[in-house]
Design a protein around this ligand. Structure first.
Ligand code: PLP
Length: 368
């Protein structure tokens, strides 16, 4: 028998789940068309609207991880030849480019130095009339937060492009206001600040974007037109449910419970808790003489990037953290794979005791 191992998941995700989310997984399994489950699904969509800061009727958990949310965003909005401008300041911006290209888009990447936020002026200047402009709110690969409110204002002032936003590492952890910021299509994940296991992609699309969607996208599974019946037509609560695919019932129960926990605490309080934990971690790392990677003023609270000191074996430190302290932290990405660590304090881990634990362990391992 493989032993049961418990870890402190202080990397870029998944995070340790909220206990409520874990309990949600263990509820008696229901059929996916059972009225009792449909009530849970309806309430989950209501809770997701709150988490997104939207009134969009079409807000639902897609049955796959965050990257499927990315696929759904592009496959439903882009046809061959469409111009898509993507702000790239890390790995996930690069992934957006690749997904849009596979939809046949003419992709215009607007490259930013890794570790810096998206510059709305440069993004808007990249093309006079793109069909879609896309950006990542919280770049998990670099630990950078971009100003989506400013980007949304710039994009909508410049023309009628749809704004697609990746909120995988911001939802449930930092301020997110999809409607106020002009997000037309947004996707997220459950395993970062929402504090739920990986497996679902919270998704939202407004009426404007839905009206302009691709009629018969190449993906059947992620066709938002067909998914309307899966969660019930807009506004028709509990009615009009049709079989599209079998809902991952246990995961949705877990998300329902995790969102309940987050909303009970209050979004403002949850954001403040993540902000305080991130600041304490970053202050503590600097007090140890370490240097942070992301540009000051744009650092994510929930995912901190720190430079590996000269002469230190990055992978050996991570291995020792895991073996001695059961702490997982992340390596860097791309050219920074060996020169940066990524420390995430997300969901239930955004706490002062987690800060103390990871700082103490890192100090001991570095002293050895
Ligand atoms: C984790 C992550 C994704 C991908 O989500 P998966 O659940 O791994 O598919 C996309 N975007 C960002 C910003 C992420 O952090």
């Amino acid at each position: 028998m493989t032993p049961i191992v418990r870890r402190h998941l202080f990397g870029p995700g998944p995070t340790n789940p909220y206990p409520e989310a874990t309990e949600g997984l263990a509820r008696p399994l229901l059929g996916h068309l059972d009225p009792a489950f449909i009530a849970i699904m309806d309430e989950t969509c209501d809770r997701l609207r709150e988490a997104w800061g939207t009134t969009n009727a079409r807000t639902l958990p897609l049955s796959a991880t965050g990257s499927a949310g990315m696929e759904a965003a592009f496959v439903n909005t882009v046809t061959p030849g469409d111009v898509v401008v993507v702000a790239v300041n890390g790995l996930f911006g690069q992934r957006m480019c690749e997904v849009a290209r596979r939809c046949g888009a003419e992709v215009i990447p607007v490259e930013h130095r890794w570790g810096t936020p998206v510059d709305p002026e440069r993004v808007v200047a990249a093309h006079p009339s793109p069909r879609v402009v896309a950006a990542v709110h919280a770049e998990t690969s670099t630990g950078v937060r971009s100003d989506i409110a400013a980007l949304g204002a710039a994009v909508h002032a410049a023309g009628d492009a749809l704004l697609v936003v990746d909120a995988v590492t911001s939802i449930g952890g930092l301020e997110l206001r999809a409607d106020d910021w002009g997000i037309d299509v947004g996707y997220a994940g459950t395993q970062k600040c929402l504090g739920v296991a990986p497996g679902l992609a919270p998704f939202t699309i407004n009426d404007r974007a839905f009206a302009r969607r691709v009629e018969r996208p190449q993906s059947w599974y992620l066709d938002l037109g067909l998914l309307g019946g899966y969660v019930g037509e807009a506004g028709a609560k509990g009615g009009g449910r049709t079989y599209h695919h079998t809902a991952p019932v246990a995961m949705i129960s877990s998300l329902h419970a995790g969102l309940g926990r987050v909303l009970d605490e209050g979004l403002d309080n949850v954001w403040a808790r993540h902000a305080a934990a991130g600041q304490a971690l970053q202050d503590g790392l600097e007090a140890m003489g370490l240097e942070l990677f992301a540009e000051k003023g744009s650092r994510l609270p929930d995912l901190t990037t720190v430079k590996v000191p000269d002469g230190v074996d990055s992978a050996a430190v991570r291995r020792t953290m895991l073996e001695r302290y059961d702490i997982e932290i992340g390596a860097g990405v791309g050219e920074f794979a060996g020169s940066v660590w990524r420390i995430g304090l997300m969901g239930p881990n955004a706490r002062p005791d987690a800060v103390t634990l990871v700082l103490g362990a890192l100090a001991e391992v570095l002293a050895r």
